[in-house]
Structure formats: structure tokens, C-alpha cells
Design a protein around this ligand. Sequence first.
Ligand code: 5GP
Ligand code: ZN
Length: 117
Amino acid sequence: MAGEPQKDCLFCKIVEGHVPATIVRQTDTTVAFRDINPQAPVHILIIPKVHYDNAAALAAGAPEIAADVLREAQAVADDEKLESYRTVFNTGPGAGQTVFHAHAHILGGRGLQWPPG
Ligand code: 5GP
Ligand code: ZN
């Protein structure tokens, strides 16, 4: 069911503490941790504690938590002293989504090209 923990979901396991992660921030509804394969000097993932397959499903099913994720993006950027940063939600394998638990990538600490690849 939407919002329920998924048995085989890596990010649900991080929320539950069953898989270790370098957690940088937590709220009642979100967890932020460093990406294991960083694509920039700062690369942090922000996830809702509840399971939704992607950002749009989260926004449809729990809009207040989708807003929490976006608020946390700025909080992470402030903690990391990022003046500029990019927030990315990959949706679908063709866009590079590999973990099907909604997450925002926060990328910063270097120049970021636009348009992205
Ligand atoms: P996606 O490709 O789905 O947009 O993003 C998934 C991200 O999760 C990737 O950037 C990948 O490096 C990261 N990732 C995959 N496995 C782990 C893990 O076990 N720990 C952490 N911290 N990040 C992970
Ligand atoms: Zn999950």
C-alpha cells in the first residue's frame, strides 16, 4: 500500500536503520544522507520516511511531506553552506532512477552545467 514500508526497498531499510548511511539531517517525516556515489562535492539525498515510488506519487499521496522534502533541500544547502545548488528528482529508469523510493538529490559545491545531460 502507498506509504507503507516495502520489504525490498533500500531506502525503507535506511529509514528503519537496517542499512547504514551517513545521515546529515532528520525530521519527523524525512531523512537526509550522503549519496554513496557522489556526483559533486556535496551530494545528499533527501527521502520521505514513508514509501512512495517517486516524487509525483509522493506529492499526490502525501503533499505535506513532499513540501517537507523541499524545505529540507534548503536546510541541507544552508548546513553545507551552498549558495547555489541543484535539486533533482529522477523519475523512471530512462531518466536514471534506480531506487524506486522517492528522493531528492541535492548537488552542489561545483559549477553545474545547464542544460543537464
Ligand atoms: P536514482 O538513480 O534512483 O535517482 O538515485 C539513487 C541514488 O542512490 C544514486 O545516486 C546512488 O548512488 C544512491 N545509492 C544507491 N545505493 C545507496 C546506498 O546504499 N547508500 C547511499 N547512501 N546511497 C545509495
Ligand atoms: Zn521505500
